[in-house]
Design a protein around this ligand. Structure first.
Ligand SMILES: [Zn+2]
Ligand SMILES: [Zn+2]
Length: 363
């Protein structure tokens, strides 16, 4: 589709912009990526830190995620931060050289949900690396400037990129009204379980119990501040006994449970472990359809809520990191550069799981 190279006459643009393109199953290639022209409200950003998300790995392994199917080559990546290179004529809050964390989703601002403020539910959302929209694992990207959030001096670009996964935890806590009187259960100690735990603590939760099948993940959760951990199996027959273990570990009622895995078993456990009148928030999307004991939970007036991405979370995430209330640095376990070989290695490292929590590119 090339209509010639970069057309801007600005200095420093002779270099060819490169990006990591998803071309097929297990096929990622660094190739040229032509940017659209700078609009009046846009910013051109040089990427410096990009994290790998479970959804990126899912697209790489199967070219699909839920209803989203990759049909055309697509640039991958959406957890990112960088440095402003150029801004459009109407942009007032940023200048070249500013370090920014980037919110990936561009909503329409004219549909009912957008006008209501719930722009994460926009039916016309254009979100990095959700087909057919290109992502941000590239030397440079173009993005609306209102989705670029300036980082304070003591917040690194990697921490800026971590605002994206952290936003999921922050949005889940807001939806569930977490506060200083909310005892929290977190099902799953993967990256999203951990950021949800960190967010719940920052929102004031006095007691947090986290559950996983993996000892290493539980030890990480403990180091990051979980009050108690419970190791569980993947066998649905263990639900009743594990609910008792969780209740004992909490020592008080569970007010809110976050299911950050999203399987029949984790949701059944969450519904059973939550006290009457509490809430269960589904965060992880393991099974697309679940069979769970909903009726016994409904008659105990447990509210079941879901979340979809996040909205208006970047300023709070940046503040939590700036003030030291949340440490996201400890979640970054692996770092890679931006060469063909390293991109392949990085995605394999993330896909393999094990001791990898967050895999980060430094560009
Ligand atoms: Zn993500
Ligand atoms: Zn909209």
């Amino acid at each position: 589709m090339g209509k010639g190279g970069m057309s801007h006459g600005n200095s420093g643009e002779e270099e060819e912009n490169m990006a990591a393109w998803l071309l097929g199953v297990n096929n990622l290639k660094i190739q040229p990526f032509k940017l659209p022209p700078l609009g009046p409200r846009d910013a051109r950003i040089r990427m410096k830190a990009v994290g790998i998300c479970g959804s990126d790995v899912h697209f790489l392994k199967s070219m699909r995620l839920a209803d989203f199917v990759v049909k055309e080559p697509m640039v991958i990546g959406h957890e990112c931060a960088g440095i402003i290179e150029e801004v459009g004529t109407e942009v007032k809050h940023l200048v070249p050289g500013d370090r920014v964390a980037i919110e990936p989703g561009i909503s329409c601002w004219s549909c009912h949900r957008c006008k209501e403020g719930r722009y994460n539910l926009c039916t016309d959302m254009k979100f990095f690396a959700t087909p057919p929209v290109h992502g941000s694992l590239a030397n440079q990207i173009m993005h609306p400037a209102d989705l670029c959030f300036k980082l304070p001096d003591n917040v690194s670009l990697e921490e800026g990129a971590m605002c994206e996964p952290l936003s999921v935890g922050v949005h889940a806590c807001r939806r569930s009204n977490i506060g200083p009187e909310t005892n929290v259960l977190v099902m799953g100690a993967g990256p999203i379980g951990l950021v949800t735990m960190l967010a719940a603590r920052a929102f004031g939760s006095p007691r947090i119990v986290i559950v996983d099948v993996d000892d290493h993940r539980l030890s990480v959760a403990k180091e990051l501040g979980a009050d108690e951990t419970v190791k569980v199996s993947t066998d649905i027959k263990d639900v009743a006994s594990e609910i008792e273990q969780i209740k004992k570990a909490m020592g008080a009622g569970v007010d809110v449970s976050f299911d950050c895995a999203g399987f029949n078993k984790t949701m059944s456990t969450a519904l059973g472990a939550t006290s009457s009148g509490g809430k269960v928030c589904l965060v992880g999307l393991g099974h697309s359809i679940m069979t769970v004991p909903l009726t016994p939970a409904a008659v105990r007036e447990i509210d079941v809520i879901g979340i979809w991405r996040y909205k208006n979370t970047w300023p709070l995430c940046i503040e939590f990191i700036r003030s030291g209330k949340i440490d996201v640095k400890s979640l970054i376990t692996h770092r890679f550069g931006f060469s063909q070989k390293e991109v392949e290695e990085a995605f394999e490292t993330s896909a393999h799981g094990g001791k990898a929590i967050k895999v980060m590119f430094n560009l």
